[in-house]
Design a protein around this ligand. Structure first.
Ligand code: HAM
Length: 420
């Protein structure tokens, strides 16, 4: 006898039921709409890329988590862990001549060999955008405002926006005598909140104790004036301008957090994160900022900034906050009471569908009682009962499923009656 194998879903991946898909598509539609309202246009890139695209400058953590494979031509390929590097590759290859600003958005699945838990998956969806061209404070402010607006307008009530600035952190480190090639490991420790190790590392780098203490104080800064007391650079002035424009766009609720260093290596300048505290451990909904990848991929230098939202986390946040998602309903369910009525019933369901009414028909020859039961389980608003007596009079019965009221109508009047 042939042995049966149980094939399960791979760890960290999910199947989405019809109800879940309805929620996801609903949120996706709103997101597309908001991006388009801000002048962004959608792009799509492949699910896999040359491995090198991600190893050049994505950061150690991402590289550790990457899904790598060889194809039949022995090429090293990777499932994309994020979409910024692919979109910038696309820009360098084909879009450099387009007029600026170039505003691109995407919705796509990403893969990271992460330790799965609620809100953290091996396959997940990112919704994000890249802004190519402008290097003005109002451009960065608009980008941050867009991320905030997206999350608010899809219906998430409680979010916290934090802003940081890597140029300021780097300037501080340089002032302390830390070399550029040493930044990376320090940034990693800040990102992971491993401050004791950070202190030890700085000490090993021969930074004076009082300077280390000052740096630790600086990282605690929670407003821009305090930052200014620690360090005076053009980066602080620029950061202040971004913050001022953000207020003009209409956001007054945000925190300054100099500890935001982001997990990817390509960032510089303004960086930001948005959390949904209701999500607990995996509360980070969105991350982004200014970055540099274009020259690395062989393109002509240009300013770039963007962000990505964890779409799956956004859905969980909405569910947790009790957001009421729309339900899919059938407008009309057509029931032929016996086999002889089938032909007539098919004509009716065709006519309804042609007129853009969501209509379905009993395909299991189940008879009236069972069909009515099924119609209420699929939340049909009305049923059309096609019976022999009525057919002789060129009529059908319309039943309102919530009140149970039934009326006989001429088949030719059905459309106007079901539209009501
Ligand atoms: P990221 O912070 O690595 O940034 O990812 C963005 C968002 O994706 C996170 O805030 C989180 O909500 C979601 N996310 C990340 N990993 C997972 C996972 N394993 N499961 C579920 N959700 C996850 C980027 O990827 C940058 N490319 C963002 C960007 C665009 N920067 C500039 N442009």
């Amino acid at each position: 006898m042939e042995e049966k194998t149980n094939i399960n879903i791979p760890r960290g991946t999910r199947d989405f039921s019809p109800d879940e898909m309805l929620k996801r598509r609903h949120v996706e539609d709103r997101i597309r709409n908001i991006f388009q309202n801000f002048g962004y246009r959608e792009v799509q890139t492949p699910t896999f890329e040359h491995l090198e695209l991600f190893t050049l400058k994505s950061g150690e953590e991402i590289i550790e988590e990457i899904y790598v494979f060889k194809d039949k031509g022995n090429r090293d390929l990777a499932l994309r862990p994020e979409l910024t590097a692919p979109v910038i590759r696309f820009y360098v290859e084909k879009m450099q001549m387009e007029s600026k600003p170039l505003k691109l958005f995407y919705i796509g699945n990403c893969y990271r060999y992460d330790r799965p838990q609620r809100g953290r998956y091996r396959e997940f969806t990112q919704v994000g955008c890249e802004l190519i061209g402008p290097d003005t404070p109002e451009a960065y402010a608009e980008l941050i405002y867009l991320a905030y607006t997206l999350l608010k307008n899809i219906g998430i009530k409680n979010i916290v926006l934090r802003l940081g600035n890597l140029d300021i952190v780097y300037a501080f480190l340089e002032n302390m005598g830390v070399r550029r090639n040493q930044f990376r490991e320090l940034m990693h420790l800040i990102d992971k909140s491993r401050f004791y190790e950070l202190e030890k590392k700085l000490y090993e780098m021969r930074v004076a104790k009082n300077k280390i203490k000052m740096f630790k104080e600086f990282l605690k800064c929670d407003n821009i004036n305090k930052v200014e007391e620690f360090i005076e650079t053009t980066a602080v002035k620029r950061f202040k301008e971004v913050v001022d424009f953000l207020k003009i766009f209409g956001i007054n609720e945000f925190e300054i957090d100099m500890k935001i260093v982001r997990g990817l290596d390509y960032y510089k300048g303004v960086v930001f994160e948005i959390d949904a505290p209701i999500l607990g451990a995996e509360k980070q909904l969105c991350g982004g900022g200014e970055y540099e990848l274009v020259p690395l991929f062989g393109g002509k230098e240009v300013s770039t900034a963007g962000f990505a939202i964890g779409f799956d986390r956004a859905i969980i946040a909405l569910e947790e906050e009790g957001y009421s998602f729309p339900e899919q309903k059938i407008d009309v369910y057509v029931i032929p009471v016996n086999e002889k009525m089938l032909k007539n019933a098919i004509k009716i369901v065709n006519m309804l569908r042609e007129n853009n009414i969501a209509a379905d028909i009993d395909l299991m020859r189940r008879g009236l009682t069972k069909s009515l039961k099924y119609a209420s389980s699929v939340k049909a608003k009305k049923t059309v009962i096609v019976g022999p007596k009525e057919s002789e009079k060129k009529c059908v019965i319309i039943r309102d499923m919530s009140s149970g009221k039934q009326v006989e109508v001429k088949t030719k009047d059905l459309l106007s009656k079901t539209k009501m």
